[in-house]
Design a protein around this ligand. Sequence first.
Ligand SMILES: Nc1nc2[nH]cnc2c(=O)[nH]1
Ligand SMILES: [Zn+2]
Length: 435
Amino acid sequence: MTSPIPIPTLYRATYLHTPRNPFTHPDALDAQPDGGLLVQDGVIRAAGPFADIRAAHPDAPITDLRGGLLLPGFIDTHVHYPQVRVIGGLGLPLLDWLDQCALPEEARMADLAYARGVARDFIGGLIGAGTTTALVFGSHFAGAMDAFFEEATRTGLRAVTGLVVSDRLLRDELHTTPQRAYDEGRALIERWHGAGRTLYAVTPRFSLSASEGILDACAALMRDFPGVRFTSHVNENTREIQTVRDLFPGARDYLDTYERAGLIGRHSVLAHNVHPTDRELSVMAAHRCTAAHCPCSNSALGSGFFPLRRHLDAGVHVSLGSDVGGGTGFSLLKEGLQAHFMQNLMPGGVPLSPAHLLYLATLAGAEALDLPHTGSFEPGRAFDAVHLNPAPGTPLDAVFRHAASPERALAAAFATGTPADVARVWIGGDTVLGD
Ligand SMILES: Nc1nc2[nH]cnc2c(=O)[nH]1
Ligand SMILES: [Zn+2]
């Protein structure tokens, strides 16, 4: 028996996306004031002016989303699952914040019932902000990771994540051994990598809490399971960097602690990189790995100004992360705005247009994670989307109703949009929020 052909839906909306990279292509933004997206079986089959798509598909049922903005779902490339309940620990630099705010909460994830509740809070926060794909920094506990993967599967989130491993300088409950890191990682990869919408990311917390032995165990997983992703932190805070220098006297720099272990490549995403050397930037570019820029976290923890210009000049790929809970919330609109502010304020900063912000929040993440079926509305990609539709009477609603162009409305969405403006979210054509 053949299965019935799914009926397509034609979405009518003001939509914007960046099918190209605006840092390298001047006309990267595609804005359709009255656009049409034909979606069948969760995949975009046609996109363009509504009148054209309608003429070619006169019988497709229409879902009318006019009045707001339809954007590709946001892609958060650095966000910590166990930290959703400790957002807002303001006023501390990184290492003190880890000791006093983050790590005590991360130790509670040993309790599976607690972890399940955190997984629900966390994924609810992501989807509620319009995020449809995330590279998630996991928990130190394998049971908590199973709980996360189960919740991601239940909700339909696209998630790339893995067990966080460390064997020094955190607290005893969070430490493991190289052998256990390998064995638990292997079991999780076999259960979850490529299952539905989930992928695995090998995740040493940072070199400060990782011996060479545990980095080697991570590299063994990467070798034994091609296709898994790699993520960690790098060059976030000057005290952290000095400590890593002291711990790895043979390494050329912070990046080299990962590079020597064989952990840097096309599927590596390193969070922060606020204080890189030129050598580190050139190695990152050569390996085509990504720096995940987390501007709210960099501001809240006082880590510093992200040298975007130096990354772009060196040819390093850059994406965006919320870094909850060092960051201040899940909204990539807010991260985009904070990136814009910081580039405005720093000498030699890069002026960021609405197209740059949209790219950083969407396609840049798809490129970082090597997920070419996500990140834009080009035909052939999954229908992962967020509909921003502010409540009547709000300032954003007023701007939307009077904006001179979709691009101006997009700028306003970054300037004042919040999760309260997220009316509906789709992943792979499935509605995961709103109706
Ligand atoms: N921002 C941030 N940096 C880190 N470096 C190591 N762990 C963390 C963390 O949880 N948050
Ligand atoms: Zn982080």
